[in-house]
Ligand binder design. Structure first.
Ligand SMILES: Cc1ncc(COP(=O)(O)O)c(C=O)c1O
Length: 383
C-alpha cells in the first residue's frame, strides 16, 4: 500500500525525544517555550506558543479575541472541519464563504459577496443571518496562501478582524511574507500528515503581546504569568503540548527548508507526470506565491467519476482521499443549520472532482509512477 501520507522521522528526532524521556521533565519545560519561539522566528512573528493541536490553537485565538455569542464569523466551507467547529465552540455563527475556482481559496470577490449577503440578510439553511460580520477565519487551503492584498483590503474596509488558519501552510509565502502572519494571530498544526509533525500539536503565532499572554495562560488552566500552581486568574483549558512532542517539533524545524524542498520536488514530479492527461487538472500555484509549502497534492478530475476512481485506486493499493467534503454539507452541520445545499456553488462543484494523491516528504519517484499508473488504469476501467 502506498499511504496517503507518512511522517518523516529521523534517528536524530528519535534521540531528541528519548533524551526528554530520560530527563524526567515531560511537560512545561524548555522545549515547549523554545519550540514556540523557533516557529515564531521562522514565520517572522514576535511571539509563538505551542499547544496540544491546531484546533486548540484556533480555539485559543478566538478565546483571546473575546468573540461574543452570536457574532458572525466568515469562514470557507472548503476546509477541514476544525476551522468551523472552533466558531461553534464560542457559540458564534459561521457564515460560509465560497471559494475561487482556481485556487480553492476564499478570494476578495467571494469574501465581499458573502459580506454583502450578510448586510442584506439571507437564509443559511434554516438560520436567518443579518448583520455586520466581525471576524474572518481565513484558511490557506492545502498550503496555498490567499491573495492577501485584496482580502485584507476588503477586511479593513468593513472593520473585520482576521484570524489565519495556516494549519496546512507552514513555510508558505505570499509576496515574500510567510503565512500565519496576515491576521491578528495565526495557527499551525502538526498532526503526522503535516509538513512537520509533533504527533499531535499546534502553535499560535502573533505580534500581539496581549494575545500571546492570554493564549499561554488559557492553554494552562488560566494560570497567571508567574504560572503559580493552583492559582488561576482566568478561565482556561489544558491545551498544553508535552515536552516530547515539543522536542520532536524542534528537531523537525531544524530541517524545515529541506523538508519543504523535497515536498516541492515531489509535487513537481507529479505535475510533470500528469500534464498530458486531458482529464486531470493539476494544482495551481499563483504567481504571488513566492514559496509554496505543499501539504497535500490534490488533482481535479474533468469527466471521470471521482468516487469510482478513488475506490479502484484504494483496491489497487494507492491510498487516496476526497479532500475536502465541504463543511456545510457535513451531516452534523446539516443537523444544526438545516439543508444548505446550493449555498456555495463553486465549493460544491469543485469538491466533487478533487482527489488527493499519496503525498509525503520522502515519497519516491517510483511510488509516484505507480500511483499515476493506477490512476490511469482506474480511469480506463471504471472512470
Ligand atoms: C485547515 C485546518 N485547520 C485546522 C486543523 C486542525 O488541526 P489539528 O488536527 O491539529 O487539531 C487542520 C488539521 O488537520 C487543518 O487542516
Amino acid at each position: 500500500m502506498i499511504p496517503l501520507s507518512r511522517p518523516d522521522i529521523t534517528e536524530e528526532d528519535i534521540e531528541k525525544v528519548v533524551k526528554v524521556l530520560k530527563s524526567g521533565r515531560l511537560s512545561l519545560g524548555d522545549h515547549t517555550r523554545k519550540f514556540g519561539e523557533v516557529v515564531a522566528q521562522y514565520v517572522g512573528a514576535r511571539y509563538g506558543w505551542p499547544v496540544s493541536s491546531g484546533t486548540a490553537a484556533l480555539h485559543l485565538i478566538l478565546e483571546s479575541l473575546d468573540v461574543k455569542e452570536g457574532a458572525l464569523v466568515l469562514v470557507p466551507s472548503f476546509t477541514f472541519i476544525a476551522s468551523v467547529n472552533v466558531i461553534l465552540m464560542k457559540r458564534a455563527v459561521p457564515v460560509f464563504v465560497d471559494v475561487d475556482r482556481r485556487t480553492l481559496n476564499v478570494s476578495s470577490e467571494t469574501l465581499e459577496h458573502a459580506i454583502e449577503r450578510c448586510l442584506k440578510g439571507f437564509k443559511q439553511g434554516d438560520v436567518h443571518i443579518k448583520g455586520v460580520p466581525r471576524f474572518f477565519m481565513a484558511v490557506d487551503v492545502f498550503g496555498h496562501p490567499l491573495d492577501w492584498d485584496g482580502v485584507l483590503e476588503v477586511c479593513s474596509r468593513y472593520g473585520i478582524t482576521v484570524i489565519e488558519d495556516s494549519c496546512e501552510a507552514l513555510g508558505s509565502e505570499y509576496k515574500g511574507k510567510k503565512t500565519g502572519t496576515f491576521g491578528v494571530a495565526g495557527a499551525f498544526a502538526f498532526y503526522p500528515n503535516k509538513q512537520i509533525t509533533t504527533g499531535e500539536g499546534g502553535v499560535v503565532v502573533t505580534d500581539s503581546e496581549q494575545i500571546f499572554k492570554l493564549v499561554k495562560s488559557m492553554s494552562n488552566q488560566g494560570r497567571g504569568e508567574d504560572e503559580k500552581w493552583l492559582y488561576h486568574v482566568r478561565f482556561g483549558y489544558n491545551y498544553r503540548i508535552d515536552e516530547m512532542s515539543a522536542a520532536l517539533g524542534l528537531s523537525q524545524m531544524r530541517r524545515i527548508d529541506r523538508i519543504l524542498e523535497k515536498r516541492s520536488e515531489a509535487a513537481d514530479r507529479y505535475s510533470k507526470m500528469l500534464k498530458d492527461l486531458p482529464w486531470v487538472q493539476v494544482p495551481v500555484v499563483e504567481e504571488y506565491v513566492t514559496r509554496m509549502s505543499w501539504f497535500v497534492y490534490v488533482i481535479r478530475l474533468n469527466g471521470p467519476d471521482r468516487d469510482r476512481v478513488m475506490k479502484y485506486m484504494e483496491e489497487k493499493g494507492a491510498q487516496v482521499r476526497n479532500y475536502f467534503h465541504p463543511v456545510h454539507l457535513q451531516p452534523f452541520y446539516e443537523k444544526t443549520f438545516g439543508n444548505m445545499k446550493g449555498l456555495l456553488p463553486v465549493t460544491e462543484e469543485e469538491s466533487e472532482r478533487t482527489l488527493a494523491l499519496p503525498f509525503f516528504t520522502n515519497i519516491s519517484p517510483k511510488e509516484q509512477e505507480r500511483v499515476v499508473e493506477v490512476l490511469k488504469e482506474a480511469v480506463e476501467r471504471v472512470g
